[in-house]
Design a protein around this ligand. Structure first.
Ligand SMILES: [Ca+2]
Ligand SMILES: [Ca+2]
Length: 190
């Protein structure tokens, strides 16, 4: 108690975030100090550019898509406050069996991954969207023809109703055997 500066989180705020995200109070405070070190202005929120400076996202090939998927959630926001920031990070928490938290469940991770590919937000992944994301992931190491063939094969394998696009349901089925929990987990605190 006593002289907490206004920069510090209030205890009820910590409790609320802990409840929502499953992070411990210690992790929340450490992430808060990182959060405050990321923003350039005094308004207490992060812009898209601030977000892209997070090293774990910068080194992740899908970092930019992750950030975009978050900003494209339909709410039209272009700045993120600490609570929203923690909700994003919570999706990438490795799953611990002992704690049940819905933000990092398999389905949430799949939804988030699906959004990364669905660039125009029409709830379908088209061949062109797949190709665009593959481009971002592999860079210049693979030829255009190879990428196109990967994209076409992926659509062919995942598309069950023959409409040439992948719906969320088809996406989940295609990834049924993939360890999404592992792939979509990023360790923000080592
Ligand atoms: Ca789409
Ligand atoms: Ca389909």
């Amino acid at each position: 108690m006593g002289n907490k500066s206004s920069l510090l989180l209030q205890e009820e705020e910590i409790a609320q975030i802990q409840d929502e995200t499953g992070f411990t109070p210690n992790q929340i405070e450490r992430l808060y100090s990182r959060f405050t070190s990321l923003y350039r202005s005094d308004c207490g929120t992060l812009s898209r550019e601030d977000f892209l400076r997070i090293p774990e996202l910068a080194i992740n090939t899908l970092g930019e898509r992750i950030v975009n998927a978050f900003f494209n959630d339909g709410s039209g926001i272009d700045r993120v406050n600490f609570r929203q920031f923690m909700q994003v990070l919570a999706r990438f928490r490795p799953i611990k069996k002992s704690k049940d938290n819905t933000l990092n469940s398999r389905e949430q991770k799949l939804k988030f991954a699906f959004k990364m590919y669905d660039l125009d937000n029409d709830d379908m992944i088209s061949r062109d969207e797949l190709l665009a994301v593959l481009h971002m992931m592999v860079g210049a190491n693979i030829s255009e023809e190879q990428l196109t063939s990967i994209a076409e094969r992926t659509i062919l394998e995942a598309d069950q109703n023959g409409d040439q696009t992948i719906s969320f349901e088809e996406f989940c089925k295609a990834l049924d055997r993939t360890d999404v929990e592992q792939k979509m987990s990023i360790r923000f605190l080592s």
